[in-house]
Design a protein around this ligand. Structure first.
Ligand code: HEC
Length: 105
């Protein structure tokens, strides 16, 4: 048992060292995984790979500042220099990326 724990710890440390993006919880479902992929492809360039901000604002504590509906509206319609994603992402993709930023960043 201790050996299994040590191997698990080593894998965790390796995974952390290899990726900059925050690790998904072990029980992440398909929607959360899809959200992380969309974030990496469409949002990280402005909001940072861990959501720490850059051209765009930090999203790490977004769930404390905007309601789910408010946040969805920014992504769908854009705001200021934040591009609108209504014509780029499908509804379920918007749901997935909004959930990812609220739960995983
Ligand atoms: C071209 C750069 C850029 C990209 C790409 C981008 N954003 Fe943004 N985002 C911004 C900027 C700039 C703001 C601040 C907008 C303002 O002036 O109010 C912002 C604001 C936001 C906000 C509101 C933050 C707050 O504190 O009110 C959310 C939520 C957000 N972005 C999510 C996303 C998501 C999700 C994606 C990917 C689907 C994304 N953004 C892609 C630049 C970007």
């Amino acid at each position: 048992m201790p050996r299994i724990a040590a191997v698990a710890l080593a894998f965790t440390m390796l995974a952390t060292a290899c990726s900059q993006a925050p690790e998904l919880p072990a029980n992440a479902d398909a929607e959360l995984i899809e959200g992380s992929e969309i974030f990496r492809a469409r949002c990280a360039s402005c909001h940072g790979s861990s959501g720490g901000g850059g051209i765009g604002r930090p999203l790490t504590d977004i769930e404390a500042r905007l309601s789910d509906a408010e946040q969805r509206s920014v992504v769908v319609n854009g705001r200021g220099t934040m591009p609108r994603f209504a014509d780029v992402l499908a509804e379920h993709e918007i749901d997935a990326v909004v959930r990812y930023t609220r739960e995983a960043l």
